[in-house]
Design a protein around this ligand. Structure first.
Ligand SMILES: NC(=O)c1ccc[n+]([C@@H]2O[C@H](COP(=O)([O-])OP(=O)(O)OC[C@H]3O[C@@H](n4cnc5c(N)ncnc54)[C@H](OP(=O)(O)O)[C@@H]3O)[C@@H](O)[C@H]2O)c1
Length: 262
């Protein structure tokens, strides 16, 4: 028996990888709820998606650093708009260029609050319902720094490592309900976040921003960077029935940059 159509919550759905996932899901007939801070950008994205169809797009503006309230409000709004979610993409995050010692304490707190607490709170808000209905897939956009800790990305390395651990234990809890949780680890991907990181890096090493960005692009293993849509294709595959035995793990999409065997 086939499933009824999917209903996805996409945090970070207004730009970058989250936006590309929304486009692909709507194109295959799923309904989506886009979440980000900028309501104008969200309204525009949702309008474009509804024009494209056949799925429907809704939006909810909130700061995902406001946890756990934001996650609970998003879950409630999902019920009122798309209905009980069958999919969650956690993508509202970022990565500050900073070392472990020079990063101010507030930045450690801020980045953990948005990405670690934000992803965790969203998973806790939707997972019990998915388990009760025995249907659901959660994909987290994490990042290779969680596998190859990077001294210039000290906080992101720690956040991503912590997310890998918590996703594993939650996948263990969800497995008997046939609900899956998977992390995707993008390497450098061509989104506005990368431009922002190049700017921070240029400031850190006192170099030209455009030069740093073009080095990031040409220094990638394939000589060019994946676009958001390339990462989105992997996410949408992991959300599909074809990936029904993939859970509790992380899939890298980094052009082979990660050197370890695990
Ligand atoms: N791009 C890469 O190279 C790369 C590599 C590894 C991992 N990742 C991870 O993948 C995820 C997505 O990255 P991306 O490149 O697609 O980023 P992006 O293009 O900068 O998009 C980020 C999205 O998150 C939203 N967002 C940011 N802060 C938020 C907040 N406080 N509350 C609610 N929404 C918020 C943004 O909208 P608003 O600004 O309107 O809120 C936007 O929709 C991030 O967790 C990132 O760390 C990216």
């Amino acid at each position: 028996m086939g499933h009824s159509k999917d209903r996805a919550i996409i945090t970070g759905g207004s730009r970058g990888i989250g936006r590309a996932v929304a486009e692909q899901l709507v194109a295959q007939g799923s309904d989506v709820l886009l979440v980000a801070r900028d309501g104008q950008a969200l309204a525009q994205r949702a309008g474009e998606l509804n024009q494209a169809g056949p799925g429907h797009a809704f939006w909810y503006a909130c700061d995902m650093a406001d946890q756990p309230d934001a996650a609970n409000r998003v879950a409630q709004y999902a019920q009122a708009s798309i209905g009980e979610p069958t999919l969650l993409l956690n993508g509202a995050g970022g990565a500050s260029i900073a070392g472990a010692l020079d990063a101010p304490w507030e930045l450690w707190q801020q980045d953990f609050t948005l990405k670690f607490w934000g992803y965790l709170a969203m998973m806790r808000a939707v997972l019990p319902g998915m388990m009760a209905r025995q249907r659901g897939v959660i994909v987290n956009l994490v990042g290779v720094a969680g596998k190859d800790p990077n001294p210039n990305l000290a906080i992101a390395s720690a956040v991503n490592g912590a997310l890998r651990a918590v996703t594993k234990v939650m996948a263990d809890e969800a497995r008997s309900s046939r609900v899956r949780l998977v992390n995707v680890n993008p390497g450098a991907t061509d989104t506005s976040l990368l431009t922002q990181m190049a700017g921070q890096m240029a400031e850190r090493v006192q170099r030209d921003r455009t030069e740093v960005l073009s080095e990031m692009r040409s220094g990638s293993p394939f000589g060019s960077l994946p676009a958001a849509a390339d990462v989105a294709q992997l996410v949408v595959f992991l959300m599909s029935e074809q990936a029904q035995y993939i859970t509790g793990t992380s899939i890298d999409i980094d052009g082979g940059a990660h050197r370890g065997l695990a």
